[in-house]
Write a protein that binds this ligand. Structure first.
Ligand code: GLA
Length: 364
């Protein structure tokens, strides 16, 4: 019996909010938290999916065609189906998933599940897809099988993460660069514990508004314009605000990269806080709980900046904090937040971790 195992991390978006589906640029990091897939081949197209978290075992047969079941199994089944459609892989398998990622926190548990499945299957039934091809196949599974119109950020971060580095993803070029992350700084994720679900209509609505704003500007995508051009343009007020967020985020990513290369980590913090303000004022994808967490975090000594991370409309914030201040920042923020809201904030201290596949995968 052939056995295989694969780990894929969740991700935290550091800067570049809602830029990915606008052909833009993003800075992110893979987490140490993620999804592990372990299992073996099965004969005759049989597929068994189990998850400790979900507490059930689902059995089906891929020779009868894989269809969405509208639950967590759609992520792995979508990957298996996209692999079959690309002619890469077609056998049966049994797989058990274990996750250390909180779901609904905006840390990409779904992308981790997809990428873990793809890498697991590549070890059971070897196929030659590059890291970027695997990330894109997983995104296709989410777009076409699960029915969520996400961009490439989550899957690419999960595949390409590198220890102590940020992933710089250019979604137009479909290329990734690694940016060293300052050793004296830490990332603190604080989950508002108010659920985040991208299946809600807001994400798609924002997407459409961005596309409409690009069309009104006469450009292919919001990547192709600048803040100056946008402010000078005659656009309806709502379209302008939505576009201002995305265009500003691209510019903040470029600024952050320059600052990090010059060794100015604190500048990244300022840009993160500016990003959150823009979410509040322009993109309206924040919540009162996320705003409170950010407000509390940036008041703390040693915190250089904070913002919501991921799609928004709930989920978590990420704060950039001096390493030796992380515990205090978390303790202080949590104590006020819990008392004020009645929710229980959950904190995760993290460093940029390794992705699901090593760089030499692409040379193989
Ligand atoms: C979610 C989506 C990503 C990206 C972010 C916002 O995480 O899955 O593709 O659009 O929201 O930046």
């Amino acid at each position: 019996m052939t056995n295989a195992t694969a780990f894929a991390p969740g991700r935290v978006e550091i800067l570049g909010n809602h830029t990915d589906y606008n052909g833009g640029v993003v800075l992110s990091a893979a987490l140490q938290l993620g999804v592990t897939a372990t299992g073996c081949r099965l004969a005759n197209g049989e597929v068994q999916l189990g998850s400790g978290d979900m507490g059930d075992m689902v059995t089906l047969n891929r020779n009868e065609g894989l269809k969405p079941r509208h639950d967590w199994t759609d992520y792995p089944l979508g990957v298996a189906e996209m692999l079959a459609r690309s002619g890469a892989e077609a056998g049966g398998f049994a797989v058990q998933y274990e996750s250390t990622l909180p779901s609904g926190a905006g840390l990409s548990s779904s992308a981790a599940l997809e990428v873990a499945t793809a890498v697991f299957l590549s070890r059971l039934y070897p196929f030659a897809l590059s890291r970027m091809e695997i990330a894109k196949l997983c995104r296709r599974a989410e777009n076409e099988f699960v029915g969520v119109n996400c961009g490439l950020l989550d899957q690419a971060s999960s595949v390409f993460g590198r220890k102590d580095h940020l992933v710089y993803l250019d979604c137009r070029a479909e290329s990734v660069k690694e940016i060293p992350f300052p050793a004296h700084l830490g990332l603190l994720i604080i989950n508002s514990s108010v659920k985040h679900a991208l299946t809600g209509g807001e994400y798609n609505e924002r997407r459409e508004q961005c596309f409409a704003a690009a069309a009104a500007m006469g450009v292919e995508a919001l990547r192709d314009t600048t803040s100056a051009a946008l402010e000078a343009a005659d656009l309806p007020a709502l379209a302008k605000r939505r576009a201002r967020h995305v265009v500003g985020e691209n510019e903040r990513v470029f600024e952050a990269i320059e600052a990090l290369r010059a060794g100015h980590g604190e500048k990244l913090g300022q840009l993160m806080t500016a990003s959150h303000r823009s979410s509040m004022e322009n993109f309206e994808n924040s919540t009162p709980e996320l705003d409170l967490l950010v407000e509390l975090a940036i008041q703390q000594k040693g915190c250089l900046g904070a913002r919501l991370t991921g799609g928004g409309f709930g989920g978590a914030i990420v704060a950039l904090v001096e390493q030796d201040a992380v515990e205090d920042v978390l303790k202080n923020v949590k104590s006020v937040y819990d008392t004020k809201t009645g929710y229980s904030a959950a904190g995760y201290r993290c460093r940029a971790g390794v992705g699901a596949l090593p760089p030499d995968h692409d040379q193989a």
